[in-house]
Design a protein around this ligand. Sequence first.
Ligand code: SAM
Length: 381
Amino acid sequence: IVEGTTKVSVPVPPPDATFPPSAAPVFYNPEMELNRDINVAATAAFVKRLLSRKELLREEVHYVDAFSASGIRGLRIAGEVGIHATMNDWSPEALELIKENIKINELEEKTLATRKSANVLLHKQKYHIVDLDPFGTPAPFLDAASASVRSMLSVTATDTAPLCGAHLKAGIRKYAAVPLNTEYHSEMGLRVLLGACARELAKHEKGMLPLLSHVTRHYVRAYLEILPGTKQTDRTLKSMGFSIHCPKCGFRGPVYGLAVHIEKECPVCGASTQIAGPLWLGPFREQAFCDEVISELEVHPLNTRDKAKKIITFCRDELDIPMFYDQHVICKELGASATGIEILIEALKANGFEASRTHFSGTSFRTDAPITEIKEIIRAL
Ligand code: SAM
């Protein structure tokens, strides 16, 4: 198969296969091409930033694909971004396939294939860019990745049920945070993951700046720039906090800080509220970085370019107000029929509020309007 300009040999299940990609001798999921295409563009954009900083000019940039399977992710970084990539997988079949795929692409000089437990490798070796793309949760690997990483941590999580509150106990075990399974559960999952990354990095006195994060299909993906030092770490932790949700009236609001007192009563309707956290409450992308990724998407030959551009553009244009609203949920409560989402956004703006769509879904929006005003505006449409 070919992704971008990289050709790899992968096990192809028979057309009538009844098993998932994870049951093949070496894993390859064609559905994740979009994730890998965005990874090429985001890593290329980040490497340009790194190289523009004087201290790295004479050093080669090192990337590790800690859970490599066929090697496709790391090979694409070596071939399409042009930096050194280590591809690691503890499976002997995967290691053989990675070696074969390095040969196919003639990337022997730019790559290294290793067969280690990801945690052992990452505790031993430092890399500028650490990429975690495991089966399910990255939680058991975040400590070693945080120890290893120098410049950017890229992480995928496919355990959306624990992250989003659908499997509450599993979520608490993995991420030491309490999620809430609300209509904005996808954003909840993203903020639980980012919060867990911030706390793991903090143990190693590293702060973070989320450059880009997105929730697509059934996974969360984040690109986090590393900001070393105690000062940056303390600053990073100021973006941690809790989120209040009122199940009666739909009020939601952030409470910044880890040592805080939280009122249990909803400030709008007086009902008892639910509390989620600790969560990342800061921005989950940097607008300038989104523009740089969009520029990279233009120049790399990528099969999913249009979809990728759409996701990154939505991410860039979202307001930085935690926890989106869902138009259909509010309309259902009010017994109102839903207009097009753009009409609602324009109506919120016409009433003097800020409003934007989000990349999470076609019916979600962010606004600084209080819930009572949002309902008034929807009723009047
Ligand atoms: N990144 C790959 C891609 O984009 O196609 C997919 C990786 S697949 C989801 C996960 C891989 O991690 C499997 O090949 C598995 O053998 C490997 N693996 C699982 N646990 C591991 C561990 N603790 N250390 C190293 N490799 C591991």
